[in-house]
Design a protein around this ligand. Structure first.
Ligand SMILES: N[C@@H](CCC(=O)N[C@@H](CS)C(=O)NCC(=O)O)C(=O)O
Length: 219
């Protein structure tokens, strides 16, 4: 398998964690989102991902590069179905839906409005000041993480991880989102449960080895 990714991309980081948890090896192909005006925007990469985002996964099991899988959560769900050993979802239908809802609240509600291309549009097209752009980022991340903290505390089903004592796709999303939040110096006050889970995750090799600074394309 080949994973087209960028070391600091949180969507790529989610997939790296899932691959490590499942003990799967991939060849990483670095797509530098900032160098050369953004390698994701070049034709060669657009052939793989029409929307010019990382990650993309190509597997020998797929008919060809045109069938690359995109969308980190679709990739993780593919891995879950193709390599079911070390499951990343609980067993019951309600529990599975709940864990997916935690992952989706990060991947669909928090992350997309703070993505690089959105921040670039704010800065270069709408000409907002750097300070306003960062305020936008922090506002949506802090609000989203506070809601997630409330949801997890209300459910009362967190253990060492977001759900119980084994890692799930929710943890694959949480750790990269908190990494981003720290990069932008977001206020983490009141996120006690999330921070506890994050620290516990990062103590484990599968999460630690997926960290941005450990990747072959890290600057
Ligand atoms: N929903 C997508 C999001 C992918 C995404 O936004 N990737 C970011 C990096 S985390 C990216 O490639 N950004 C490039 C850009 O904004 O130009 C997924 O989960 O895979």
């Amino acid at each position: 398998m080949k994973l087209y990714s960028y070391y600091r991309s949180s969507a790529s980081y989610r997939v790296r964690i899932a691959l490590n948890l499942k003990g799967l090896d991939v060849e990483q192909v670095g797509i530098n989102l900032v160098k050369d005006g953004g390698q994701q925007l070049q034709d060669a990469y657009r052939e793989i991902h029409a929307d010019a985002l990382v990650p993309s996964l190509v597997d020998d099991a797929f008919p060809g590069p045109a069938h690359a899988l995109t969308q980190s959560l679709a990739i993780i769900e593919y891995l879950e179905e193709a390599y079911p050993e070390v499951p990343l979802l609980p067993k019951g239908a309600v529990d599975r839906a709940y864990v997916r809802s935690l992952a989706l609240s990060i991947a669909c509600d928090i992350h997309p409005i703070n993505n690089l291309r959105v921040l670039r549009y704010l800065k270069h097209t709408l000409r907002v000041e750097e300070e306003q752009k960062d305020a936008w980022y922090r506002h949506w991340v802090e609000q989203g993480l506070r809601s997630l903290e409330t949801t997890i505390n209300r459910a009362g089903s967190a253990g060492a991880f977001c759900f119980g004592d084994t890692p799930t796709i929710a943890d694959c999303c949480l750790v990269p989102q908190l990494y981003n939040a720290r990069r932008y110096k977001c206020d983490e006050t009141g996120l006690d449960t999330l921070l506890r889970i994050d620290a516990n995750c990062r103590d484990r090799a599968a999460f630690a080895d997926a960290a941005p600074e450990k990747q072959p394309d890290a600057a």
